[in-house]
Design a protein around this ligand. Sequence first.
Ligand code: ATP
Length: 248
Amino acid sequence: MNEILLKIKNIKKIYGQKAALKGISLDVYKGEILGLLGVNGAGKTTLSSIIATLIPPTEGDIELDGVSIYKDLTTYRFSLGFCPQRPNLNPMLSLEQNLRLAGSYYGMSETQIDERLAILVNQFELAPFLHQRAMVLSGGYKQRFMIARSLMHSPKLVLMDEPTVALDPHIRRQLWAIIKDLKKTGVTVILTTHYLDEAEHLADRVCVLDQGQIKLIDTPEKLKADFNMSNLEDVFLALTQETITKNN
Ligand code: ATP
């Protein structure tokens, strides 16, 4: 039986006349990687921004371990890590300083920071770059650090927004291995991506959004079997063709 970490209940977001989300209900299970997919404008960023508490919903609720996050946003934010699409490490600080800063932001003591830093440096093989400044790093290593930074305060849930965008194929593969390994540490990941191969490789389940609603949610294997297709990209194209045709 899957244990529910996050319960998203009838989330709506209205911008003026535009309903960006029309009532999203979804359970996120402990320890899973959930892929959030959809064509441009489907509502992925709006949904992940609401889960990240960057914006409030117009209606609806989100529960973490059975308690509304809106009762105590601070506690919820301590359970949450956010890895944005564009690296936003402080370029003037060393990578170690960047990681330490993230730890102190979450109120960790020096001892806690030292311990966590040692674990993450080992987990992400960061040692050779720790004393370099963020600006000298390649895109792939910046992204590794971004993921490590989002994990400094040991969150239960990490939101990743297109973590491998604009990276070359072998660096993407390295990051995939890193993200997949997070499962071993019990972290739950919500991954927004436009790359269908990425979702197929990483996600335990994918949630396809379409015009502010959930079109389908299931495992990549089940979706491929149901649609009788050999890869998720073909399933996605078949699912979203209607929307694309309507909008063009
Ligand atoms: P993309 O893949 O292009 O990032 P998306 O799936 O993330 O798209 P959203 O950015 O969540 O989609 O947008 C969903 C809908 O809400 C779109 O029609 C968008 O134009 C609209 N929208 C998003 N943010 C705002 C805003 N601040 N004001 C008005 N409309 C908005």
